[in-house]
Ligand binder design. Structure first.
Ligand SMILES: C[S@@+](CC[C@H](N)C(=O)[O-])C[C@H]1O[C@@H](n2cnc3c(N)ncnc32)[C@H](O)[C@@H]1O
Length: 270
């Protein structure tokens, strides 16, 4: 019953933002105890290369698939010399790995969750990398501040997706790149794609990566299940399984049954 109320609230334009913010602040509190959770996306594991798309520092191997989601979202490019904004940076693992494997000049991560930002700032010693609280629908930077914007598995939480696209457009320089990945349920695909197409960006790359996300979920499901059993109190495990998309959840099955799709885009500001 609580779960269905939660789902209803995340679908209400008036309550969605507050509900997601409550949930993520709470989730960071619970999984913060694990200390080493860096990512919250569902990962990317292509078929052809045994799931691996780049050589990793062995210390990052445990996060390979969620880290690869970032690397693939930026089109496996270097970001050298660029000032990059990440919107919805969560626990900062994506931002830290882009610094390490794509070498931008600077990377600024924003997230609605004050708890996530506090955790990121606690451990961050890199002067080119910074984190602050910020809303995707009201990005706290002047026009034309960035060369690139990254957004991974976060925009499904935003009640006003058009406001988000218009904010990304505003803070990018002309010619700036928007590296974007997220999922939608089939009923919302049309309005999502229409919002992208009418955003003013040129769609330079578009890819359905549902099968690659599913492959990553299959590979990491057992690991996540173990972590949930170890760290999460019994009565909360169902929520965390849903959030982690383990293989016994309706969310996971919706990818298998073709009811939910995961896309990656490269959008360019003319
Ligand atoms: C599934 S997590 C993904 C985090 C990160 N991108 C990753 O892949 O690890 C979604 C993130 O979006 C953030 N978020 C939700 N609504 C937001 C908003 N309106 N503005 C900024 N961040 C938001 C949440 O707080 C959460 O950290």
């Amino acid at each position: 019953m609580i779960l269905s109320l939660f789902i209803k609230l995340t679908r209400s334009p008036a309550w969605a933002k507050k509900t997601w913010n409550f949930w993520y602040n709470f989730a960071h509190l619970v999984d913060g105890r694990a200390g080493n959770l860096n990512f919250m996306n569902w990962g990317y594991a292509p078929k052809d290369t045994a799931g691996k798309i780049l050589p990793l520092d062995p210390r990052d191997e445990n996060d390979r698939f969620p880290l690869q989601m970032y690397y693939h979202t930026i089109g496996r490019r270097a970001l050298a010399g660029l000032d990059v904004l990440e919107v919805g940076c969560g626990r900062g693992g994506g931002a830290r790995s882009l610094m390490k494997y794509a070498s931008p000049r600077s990377l600024t991560g924003i997230d609605l969750s004050a708890r996530a930002i506090a955790l990121n700032n606690k451990s961050n010693a890199d002067r080119a990398l910074s984190f602050r609280v910020g809303d995707a629908e009201n990005i706290p930077f002047p026009d034309g501040s960035f060369d690139a914007v990254v957004n991974v598995e976060s925009s499904h939480c935003y009640p006003n997706i058009k406001a988000f696209f218009s904010e990304v457009f505003r803070v990018l320089k002309s010619g700036g790149k928007f590296f974007y990945a997220d999922f939608r349920i089939i009923e919302k695909m049309r309005s999502w794609i229409e919002a992208i197409e009418s955003s003013g960006f040129v769609i330079q790359e578009k890819e359905d990566i549902t099968a690659d996300v599913l492959r990553s979920l299959n590979r990491d499901s057992l690991k996540k299940e173990r972590l949930i059993r170890k760290r999460v109190p019994f009565f909360l495990r169902g929520y965390f399984r849903r959030f982690a998309c383990t293989s016994d959840t309706e969310f996971y099955m919706s990818f298998v049954n073709g009811r939910r799709f995961y896309h990656r885009y490269l959008l360019v500001k003319p």
